[in-house]
Design a protein around this ligand. Structure first.
Ligand code: C5P
Length: 235
């Protein structure tokens, strides 16, 4: 049984490996994230195959940022593949341009606020104004949502903060940085469990290595889904 609150990040080197993994996961996973790392390895073709032939939902994690006309043209091109989620940087002009490109399609535009790999010193380097990272994340999320974003990407500990914004009413929050109880955090620093992320307001969680590096990826995905439904399987 699948649960589309779980999005599995297909961070494998190429489309063939991705397809093999998706076949192993079978009906236990219904939603996949394909990122920039797979773009040169046939990522877009894989996205279409997973969608058209296997009926999966697709989150294309491209984190687009460019002048408005270029963003609109790129998103318009991607929108024709009938995918589900696409990321752009949350600057209002980028969000507006992306929404323009996604018009007349079901593609949802998700805004990245501040990359979770950046700390205050990095923001100083980039000439971001003063303030805590949390405050800037909250303000950037509000502005991106106000500009029309369908949702935001947030670390699990930012999810509650963003969920409380009036601008976030009816919008999506998608959180990476999620680790099942007892699994290796890898390079993720601020992690939480799948259920805790959902309870803080996330609609979807993105999990990569704990699934695709597991000895039995199907069992790992099923265990995550079971942990999201502590009172038993969904009917
Ligand atoms: O393997 P892991 O579960 O850490 O994978 C998380 C996925 O989410 C990766 O594809 C990573 O690039 C992505 N991601 C993230 N943190 C962000 C944005 C995206 O981990 N802030």
């Amino acid at each position: 049984m699948s649960d589309d609150r779980l999005i599995v990040a297909l961070d494998v080197p190429n489309a063939l490996d991705g397809l093999k993994l998706a076949k192993t996961l079978g009906d236990s996973v219904s939603f996949y994230k394909i990122g920039l790392g797979m773009l040169t390895g046939g990522g877009l073709a894989l996205a279409r195959e997973l969608k058209d032939d296997m009926g999966k939902r697709i989150f294309l994690d491209m984190k687009l940022f460019d002048i408005g006309a270029t963003v609109t043209a790129s998103v318009r091109g991607l929108a024709q593949f009938d995918l589900d989620f696409l990321t752009v940087h949350g600057d209002p002009h980028v969000v507006r341009a992306a929404k323009d490109g996604a018009r007349a399609s079901g593609l949802k535009i998700l805004a990245v606020t501040i990359l979770t790999s950046l700390d205050r010193a990095d923001l100083d380097d980039c000439l971001y104004r003063e303030g805590s990272v949390a405050d800037l994340v909250r303000e950037r999320a509000a502005r991106a949502l106000d500009a029309g974003a369908d949702g935001v990407i947030a670390s699990p500990n930012e999810a509650a903060l963003i969920r409380a914004l009036p601008e976030a009413k009816g919008k999506l929050i998608v959180t990476p940085g999620v680790r099942p109880e007892g699994s290796d955090p890898g390079d993720q620093k601020r992690i939480t469990t799948p259920l805790a992320a959902i309870e803080s307001g996330a609609d979807h969680i993105v999990v990569g290595r704990p699934v695709w590096k597991a000895p039995d990826p199907r069992k790992a995905a099923q265990a995550i889904i079971a942990s999201l439904n502590p009172s038993g399987p969904l009917q």
